[in-house]
Each structure stands twice: as C-alpha cells, then as structure tokens.
Write a protein that binds this ligand. Structure first.
Ligand code: ADP
Ligand code: MG
Length: 355
C-alpha cells in the first residue's frame, strides 16, 4: 500500500458558478498536476487544501492526518500564488527567512538555513535585492525558497510559471521538478499549460466544471484519453467521423471488409494525434511500402505554422480538417498523409470505447 501524502475525500464546494465535487489522492513525495479550462476549479482546490477556503462536505488528510477542521496555519501546507505575493518591503533574504520566524532558531542557524535555501533555488548573489529589483523568474525562485522555508508537508503551486517567458518556463519547470524530487515534498502543481503539466507530473488530473474528467499517468492522459474533451485539451488531434475514414481506405477490395469489420462503428468518431501520421512530402514519388492503408490523399493545405523544430500543417480533406506535422515546409499546396489503424482511438458520444 502506498503511503498517501494527500487525500481529498469527496470534497465539495458550491459557489454560484461552480460545483466542485471530487476525490483524489497523491502518494507521499509525488507531484500531481491539475489542468483544466479557466474557471474549472483548479485554484479553488488549492485554496480548499490550504484552508484559505473551507469545504462544504468531505474530508482532507495530510500524511494520514485529518486536517479538514484545522486552521490554515495548522495544516502544514504552503501555497505559491500566481503573483507570488512576496513582501515588497523586504529583500530576498528577509522574504525567505519570514516563515522561520517562529522556529526559535539562533541567528547563525537562521542565516545558514536561508543560505541553503538560496543555493537550492540558484539565487546566490541576490540576497539583498528588493523584490522590485527582481525579474519574474527571480521572484518565483524567491517565492519557492520562502515556501520551502516553512517545511511544508504539502506544497501547492498555482500556475507558478505563467509570468515567465517560454525559455524561462522550460528552465524553471525542470528546477521545480528537481527541487520537488530532492526534497520529496508532496506537491500539487496547477498549470494552464498542458505540455508543462504532463512533463513535470507523476500523475495528472484533468478537471472539467469542478469534476475530474480523467486522472492517470501523463502517458495515460495523452495516449489513452477517456474522452474527446481530454484528448483535445491535452494536445493537437484529428477527430473525424467514421465515413470519412472509410474513404481514405486504400486496400484491395478483398481486404476491405475484413479491415472495416475489425474496426469502427458507423456512428463513432475516430481520433488520432498529428504526430502519429505518416507524411509523403515527395510529390510524384510512389508511396513507400510502409505507408499506411488509411490515406488522406492530396488534402488541400490551408495553413502551415512554423513551430521551430517542425511545421504544423492544416489541410482540408472531404470537407474535414486534418492536422499533421512535417519536418520540411510542404512544397505544393496539397499534402498526403496516412495513419495506421492501431493509432486510431474510437469514441462514441465523446467517450472512448476502444483503443
Ligand atoms: P480556475 O483556477 O480553474 O480558473 P477557480 O478555482 O479560480 O478556477 O474558480 C472557478 C470558479 O469558481 C470561478 O469562475 C468562480 O465562478 C467560482 N469561485 C471561485 N471562488 C469563488 C468565491 N470565493 N466566491 C464565489 N465564486 C467563486
Ligand atoms: Mg486559477
């Protein structure tokens, strides 16, 4: 039996526009990411765990202890808010030392501890800076160090990277993961960025209107989404009706019925990720042996976005949109791409029925 660092048991909270109702647990020392559209209740969950707000019903356990009725300062959680809420009138050092004021440390002990925390977040040299002299990234590091200073049992991070630019986000998400791993603090990481959330987490919750749409490993969430909602929310995907897929089938007549019989109900929708498609970007050349049986031939390109390491090409096929990644910029205004049956997920009424 794994030891739970955090358990939320049937917790409920009702606001005018939100009815939160969910259960989940986090193994001790693990990081769980929560993603979901704006307004789905992500921040509310963190506020309920930290005690900034009270639940209507249910219970919350931290390291096996029921803390549902404890005041925020008795719960041993720390929350890093999206704007970090640092004390503007104190320098970096004083901000970080603040949570330790009640620990009765000697001056030397306090100094040593602050130094250790500053090293941990790579802020050496910034001790005397005031908050308004810091970049957003340095502010986040200060906020993290201050959060760690309280030695929380559960660390709550509410969209901590949203003020940073793309490059800094990459650096800091790795630093957060590294700090979390080395300290072994049970952590809840709320993010508005799917890729970030999946990359950093041991487990992911997809939230929808105050309820858990899906919970699982990052791979499960991305590769085996239980619903079209999770699939589209976690990344680019192609969703097409069954009869369009039928038109893409390029196999001898004799094999058609076998393949169709094996797969697909007529009322179902079929979903696959653009990165699973095989592209023929060499016009005039025959399709290679390995090219899949399902082919979107000569789809008309309507958009081509350059993403740095690849292009995301959007094209029209039989009135439907398909998306595909290419390494090279397509040379013509059409593209042919294929997909294997095994890469296709089948959905009925928005829910996964087979994969
Ligand atoms: P998220 O962080 O996922 O964007 P929030 O948890 O901040 O979502 O809020 C979800 C919704 O809950 C808000 O749109 C709002 O309607 C409602 N809500 C949150 N906190 C309160 C509150 N203190 N009073 C009333 N409604 C609230
Ligand atoms: Mg929020």
């Amino acid at each position: 039996m794994p030891e739970f660092g955090l358990v939320c048991n049937d917790i409920r909270k009702k606001y005018h526009k939100l009815a939160l109702d969910l259960s989940f647990s986090v193994n001790k020392g693990e990081l769980i990411s929560i993603i979901g559209p704006s307004g789905s209740g992500k921040s509310t969950i963190l506020r309920l765990i930290s005690g900034l707000d009270t639940i209507d019903d249910g219970s919350i356990l931290i390291d096996g202890k029921d803390i549902t009725n404890l005041r925020p300062e008795q719960r041993n959680t720390t929350i890093v808010l999206p704007d970090y809420a640092l004390f503007p009138n104190m320098n970096v050092e004083k901000n970080i030392a603040y949570p330790m004021r009640t620990l009765h440390l000697s001056r030397e002990e306090l100094k040593a501890e602050v130094r250790r925390l500053i090293e941990q977040v790579n802020l050496t040299g910034f001790e005397k800076r005031t908050i308004d002299e810091l970049t957003p990234m340095e502010r986040l590091k200060t906020a993290l160090a201050r959060a760690l200073a309280a030695k929380p049992s559960v660390l709550l991070l509410d969209e901590p990277l949203s003020l940073l630019d793309a490059e800094e986000r990459l650096v800091l998400r790795n630093e957060i993961k590294e700090i979390q791993r080395s300290t072994g603090i049970t952590t809840v990481f709320v993010s508005n960025n799917q890729e970030e959330a999946l990359s950093i987490a041991d487990k992911v919750i997809v939230l929808r209107n105050g309820r858990i749409e899906q919970m699982g490993s990052p791979e499960d969430i991305y590769r085996r989404p239980c619903s079209e909602f999770t699939a589209t929310f976690t990344g680019e995907c192609n969703i097409l009706p069954y009869d369009v897929i039928l038109k893409t089938l390029r196999v001898p007549e004799t094999e058609r019925s076998k393949i169709i019989y094996q797969c697909f109900g007529p009322e179902h929708r079929l979903l696959f990720r653009p990165e699973d498609m095989v592209v023929n970007d060499m016009p005039g050349l025959p399709f290679p042996e390995f090219f899949p049986h399902l082919r979107f031939e000569n789809a008309k390109i309507t958009r081509c976005e350059y993403l740095g390491k690849e292009y995301l090409v959007t094209a029209q096929y039989d009135g439907f949109t398909i998306k595909v990644y290419t390494v090279y910029k397509p040379a013509s205004d059409t593209i042919t791409a294929g997909i294997r049956m095994t890469k296709i997920l089948e959905f009925n009424d928005g829910k996964l029925i087979r994969h």
